[in-house]
Design a protein around this ligand. Structure first.
Ligand SMILES: Nc1ncnc2c1ncn2[C@@H]1O[C@H](COP(=O)(O)OP(=O)(O)O)[C@@H](O)[C@H]1O
Ligand SMILES: [Mg+2]
Length: 348
């Protein structure tokens, strides 16, 4: 396992910059998730690290070694992609061992290496099967086995679960986490799915249009997003954020009108309550809103409201789909987020 460092890393396609001076230090053994919307430069960053894409500026280090000009094979990195093509005519064991055969690893050693990887991934009973006789999750594990067998120092995943159905995704998330705890290799994992990021990462790196918006532990980012982009990207339903446009709003949120014009306030749907008793802490305030619709999700209910002509969503465990009309929503003042004119968080 090894540390990884990006220093002012840049990528341009023609004259279009897609990765813009990224600086990041990843500790060895860390599980890092690069999270951001489609097109923000996640895959490009991984591919530059793997040596599959040239870099336009800056440096990449693996351990203490500058790898800018190293061939992919010399970087000792393994990558698992979203679409993992297994060889259909080969067994699981042959698929896993194929790269070793290419590297001319001697047969008995090869067999031992394949068996060890299969053991870790719980594929031992399946070693003689062909891919067509495996489930989606099992195939994904074989793809991981193929990458792991070369005992890489850094493991890269590019949206490896996006082709799986929701249930399997949840299961594979747990398996990948457990696998990381077992092998403790440095992992850099790319996804646009904030749930994957929250559940898997030691630290999340939020990317937006080729730039890092925030780096931090999942809870840190959830509790203290640095700006509106991060606040909206992490958490579902997304944080309610509205411009403070009138005096009523200033007084509802107990802000002085003079100091905060041009600013926005944010509050998560889970932090708005129908009953005052449900609010933790003592800095309790409330707003009055009007119900415009509900959406039942089983164990929770989303209530869509209008507050000062703005849309507001409340998530509650109180299942009452008949709720309508005027409601009072209570909240703890310390659970609101204030943003300045440039969408950056101001400590409250
Ligand atoms: N080979 C290429 N030529 C030109 N533009 C590209 C190429 N590959 C990617 N891009 C562009 O670079 C940006 C970042 O792409 P990518 O790293 O694949 O995003 P992500 O993985 O975050 O969805 C996108 O706008 C994409 O269209
Ligand atoms: Mg991508």
């Amino acid at each position: 396992m090894a540390s990884v460092q990006f220093s002012n890393l840049e990528k341009n396609y023609g004259t279009t910059p897609v990765v813009k001076k990224i600086n990041l230090e990843i500790e060895h053994g860390e599980f890092i998730v690069l999270l951001g919307p489609s097109g923000c430069g996640k895959s490009t960053t991984l591919r530059m690290l793997a040596g599959l894409e040239s870099i336009s500026g800056g440096d990449i280090y693996i351990g203490d070694e500058l790898v800018n000009d190293l061939h992919p094979i010399e970087r000792n990195i393994a990558m698992v992609f979203q679409s993992y093509a297994l060889y259909p005519h080969m067994t699981v064991a042959q698929n896993i061992g194929f790269s070793l055969e290419n590297l001319k690893v001697e047969k008995s050693l090869r067999e031992t290496m394949v068996r060890d990887v299969a053991e870790v991934l719980e594929l031992t009973p399946l070693l003689d099967r062909k891919p067509k006789d495996l489930s989606g999750g099992q195939r994904q594990r074989v793809a991981m086995g193929r990458a792991m067998v070369r005992t890489p120092e850094v493991f890269l995943f590019d949206e490896p679960l996006s082709n799986l159905d929701a249930k399997l995704r949840g299961q594979m998330r747990k398996e990948i986490k457990a696998l990381h705890q077992k092998v403790q290799t440095t992992v850099i994992y790319v996804t646009h799915d904030q749930v994957e990021a929250m559940t898997l990462a030691d630290r999340i790196v939020i990317l937006n249009q080729g730039k890092i918006e925030q780096v931090g532990r999942p809870k840190e980012i959830f509790d203290a997003p640095k700006n509106v982009f991060v606040a909206k990207f992490i958490g579902a339903p997304e944080m309610n954020i509205f411009a403070l446009s009138n005096e009523q709003m200033f007084s509802d949120f107990e802000l002085s009108n003079i100091n905060h014009s041009g600013m926005s306030i944010g509050i998560r749907p889970q932090n708005l309550f129908l009953n005052k008793k449900e609010v933790k802490g003592d800095q309790i305030s409330f707003i009055d809103a009007e119900v415009t619709g509900t959406e039942l999700l089983g164990s929770s209910l989303h209530i869509e409201c209008k507050y000062q002509d703005k849309k507001l969503v409340v998530e509650t465990a109180t299942i009452d789909t008949s709720i309508k009309g005027d409601i009072r929503l209570y909240f703890n003042k310390t659970q609101t987020h204030l943003f300045d004119q440039n969408s950056n968080t101001i400590p409250r």
